[in-house]
Structure formats: structure tokens, C-alpha cells
Design a protein around this ligand. Structure first.
Ligand SMILES: [Zn+2]
Length: 91
């Protein structure tokens, strides 16, 4: 059964503190730009997201005793979170 980045949306949000499936990633190998949610997901010793175009590794996530070991490849473009969401209200 085929799954993709959307299947680990909750995990990605836990790790990055934000919704990540709509994040665009540029592949380090083929330069294809794809949303994280559109990357095929492989489950083995850890979770591996691969480029849908060339199959190169986009991310590897391994659960450790106290958290996660995360390896990212390529360029992940994160939109700036709105200031009102992270900064304390003035006054
Ligand atoms: Zn690629």
C-alpha cells in the first residue's frame, strides 16, 4: 500500500512545531520541487521520504529513546510563521 508524507503529518508537526505537508522541497539531485506531503514514504528501521521524481532520499526520521534523529536533504522552504502567532501580545 502506497503512503506518502501526508501519512506522517502529525509526526512532522510534532518535530517541527508546524504543519509541514504543504512545505515545498527542492531535490538535491534532480531539482524537482515537490510538497512534502507528495513524497512517497517508506517504513523500515526508520521513516524515509523519497523524491517522487528521482527516488533520492528527502528525509530520514528515526525514533530514539528520548526523541527523534532527523536527517533532511535538499532545500526545504519554510514560510515565516505569522508574528502574531509566536510573539507575545504587546502590553
Ligand atoms: Zn529528485
Amino acid at each position: 500500500m502506497h503512503t506518502d508524507g501526508n501519512a506522517i503529518a502529525g509526526l512532522l508537526e510534532e518535530i517541527f512545531g508546524r504543519e509541514m505537508t504543504g512545505t515545498e522541497r527542492a531535490c538535491q539531485s534532480c531539482r524537482a520541487r515537490t510538497l512534502i506531503g507528495g513524497h512517497p514514504l517508506y517504513r523500515g528501521a526508520g521513516l524515509v521520504l523519497r523524491c517522487p521524481s528521482c527516488g533520492d532520499v528527502a528525509a530520514c526520521i528515526v525514533t530514539t529513546e528520548d526523541g527523534y534523529a532527523v536527517s533532511l536533504r535538499g532545500t526545504w522552504r519554510l514560510e515565516r510563521l505569522s508574528p502574531s502567532a509566536s510573539a507575545p501580545a504587546p502590553g
